[in-house]
Ligand binder design. Structure first.
Ligand code: AMP
Length: 574
């Protein structure tokens, strides 16, 4: 099979070069505890932890804890600690659905907005440990709402604004939330999304659990109102102090719950805690993107996904950088939207998903070339395996072969990236997330859990914990253990199939429970999809199994993340 290798483009100024990367790996190998404690120094702690990881994946002693005796507040780390030096620096650039209709907030302004939100939550009786649902468009108030929860120790659960009232109600019930923060409407691609009306339906379905609905004005639409329950943000704004003391949180206090579907069963409430999540989100943001004070970072993900949590809000803000919150879609008002916006705002680092890249590739080069894009210096991809053809297009056409591409593999469960190329230190191979980050110890196993060495395909597991690992499934700790730690005892099983090549690069082949079974061969859906989209007339592909009398049935796992034999490798690149 032929694999292209791309060296880091000349002229790219790397934050971490090969020597620094080698040193990080050496530091971890020499003293893991010291290594992890030194990463935690990126944050301000009111009590710095004395030890790093305390974990065991064994059934009889199963636990995962990080920085346990440390104390900190994440909103202080994202806001207060920057005020002295960066108070007037832009924290968030809000880019609305209509090009140019957004606004920017400085760190000082975002701090004030967050404090007001925190004071409202407190006034309405929200306490440390209470759950707050956030169902909002990509507006600065969404970030402020998350940070406000973190400030007072409430646990936020952001639900993507495209989800139905039923989904929202199910999540409200699962985590027993009493408060929802929403907007009157959302606007995406010129279309209105009835967020408040959806919340009203969800509240009905959630059997009166919700005591308060806080409504931010986005469009000014006339929405139905439940007196005594609904609070209009605009009405209370002036009455709220823009100063709110922050709670000192234990490192292991939950920060947020984020629901992920999984392949079977009801959505899992993935729980992330404060100190470990924050350390890993800040560290990986720093290592991978190397953003400086001169950068404007744009991750196109919605805050309803983990990528939006870690790389739109928490990672960039902890590191005191400027981050874009985009409330639109890639094809509105036209297919040049991303690049027009990059030019207008001066975006320097651009991070998106293969689906978006393929959708834009389908439209050809003209909408890209119509814009300058010279501000961009680094590109990124996340969310699924990127097929090599789309990677090459992203590199050649969008990045003009000037910009490295970081391919970041991770999961809701991992909090932040685990396998990714540091752009100045690792050569790129289109379609591979490349190598594990320092401190991360992946391995491949066969169906029986035997470790596979060398260049081989297998099931991707992790040998050891890292600070950003999820801690539990909300309300169902046993499900956490059963889902991730029973397939291969003593290991965390990611659920992904993977090939490792002769250079030690990792190639994710997709979920192993997402395989199609053809005449007894288990084939990763990503591999088939990648082959299909190589055809110039195919822009996007999703492979589904169809039962067949002769060739077999689609794979129907009986439990989530079914341990499976390694997916047969048919390579789209060969
Ligand atoms: P989620 O938890 O919804 O964010 O999905 C995580 C899954 O997306 C992973 O287990 C992978 O299957 C896939 N994924 C995410 N990023 C990448 C990537 N860079 N390359 C390959 N697969 C990815």
């Amino acid at each position: 099979m032929s694999e292209t290798v791309h060296a880091v483009p000349q002229g790219f100024k790397a934050a971490i070069g090969p020597a620094e990367l080698a040193q990080l790996h050496a530091d971890f190998a020499a003293d893991a505890d010291a290594f992890w404690l030194s990463q935690a120094k990126r944050l301000d702690w009111t009590r710095f932890p004395t030890k790093a990881g305390d974990w065991s994946y064994a059934r009889e002693d199963f636990h995962v804890r990080w920085y346990e005796d440390g104390e900190l507040n994440l909103s202080v780390n994202c806001l207060d600690r920057h005020l002295a030096e960066r108070g007037d620096k832009t924290a968030i650039v809000f880019e609305a659905d209509e090009p140019g209709e957004g606004r920017s907030l400085t760190y000082r302004e975002l701090h004030a907005l967050t404090c007001r939100f925190a004071n409202l939550l407190k006034r309405e009786g929200v306490k440390r440990g209470d759950r707050v649902m956030i169902y909002m468009p990509m507006i600065p108030e969404a970030a402020a709402a998350m940070l406000a929860c973190a400030r007072i120790g409430a646990i936020h659960s952001v639900v993507f604004g495209g989800f139905s009232p039923e989904s929202l109600a199910g999540r409200i019930e699962d985590c027993d939330a009493r408060v929802v923060i929403t907007a009157d409407e959302g606007v995406r691609g010129g279309k209105k999304i009835p967020l408040k009306a959806n919340v009203d339906s969800a509240c009905d379905m959630a059997h009166g659990r919700i005591d308060r609905v806080i409504v931010v004005t986005r469009t000014g639409a006339d929405v139905a109102w439940t007196e005594g329950r609904d609070i209009r943000w605009d009405d209370v704004f002036e009455s709220l102090s823009d100063d709110c003391p922050a709670e000192a949180m234990g490192a292991e206090d939950p920060l947020f719950i984020l629901y992920t579907s999984g392949s079977t069963g009801k959505p899992k409430g993935v729980v992330h805690t404060t100190g470990g999540y924050a350390t890993w989100a800040a560290t990986t943001f720093d290592w991978i993107f190397g953003a400086t004070d001169n950068d404007l970072f744009w991750c196109t993900a919605d805050v309803g996904w983990i990528t939006g949590h870690s790389y739109v809000v928490y990672g960039p803000l902890m590191m005191g950088r400027s981050t874009v919150m985009f409330d639109g879609v890639p094809n509105y008002p036209d297919f040049g939207r991303f690049w027009e916006t990059c030019d207008r705002l001066g975006v320097t680092i651009f991070y998106t998903a293969p689906t978006a890249i393929r959708a834009l590739e389908r439209e050809g080069d003209v909408p890209v070339k119509a814009h300058d894009r010279s501000s961009i210096r680094l590109l990124g991809t996340v969310g699924e395996p990127i097929n090599p053809a789309a990677w090459e297009w992203y590199f050649d056409v969008v990045g003009d072969q000037r910009c490295p591409i970081v391919d970041t593999w991770w999961q809701t469960e991992t909090g932040a990236a685990l396998i990714a190329n540091l752009p100045g230190a690792i050569d790129m191979k289109p379609g591979s997330a490349t190598r594990p980050l320092p401190g991360i110890q992946p391995l491949l196993v066969d169906a029986e859990g035997r470790e596979l060495e060398g260049a081989v395909s297998g099931n991707l597991c992790l040998r050891s914990s890292w600070p950003g690992q999820m801690r539990t499934v909300w309300g169902d700790h046993d499900r956490f253990f059963q889902t991730y730690f029973t397939a291969y005892p003593g290991l965390y099983f990611t659920g992904d199939g993977c090939r490792r090549d002769e250079d030690g690069y990792y190639w994710i082949t997709g979920r192993v429970d997402d395989v199609i079974n053809v005449s007894g061969h288990r084939i990763g859906t990503a591999e088939v999809e990648s082959a299909l989209v190589m055809h110039p007339k195919v822009a996007e592909a999703a492979v589904v199994g169809v039962p067949h009398d002769v060739k077999g049935r689609e794979s129907t796992p009986s439990s989530p993340r079914l341990p499976a034999s390694p997916a047969t490798t048919i390579s789209a690149a060969s």
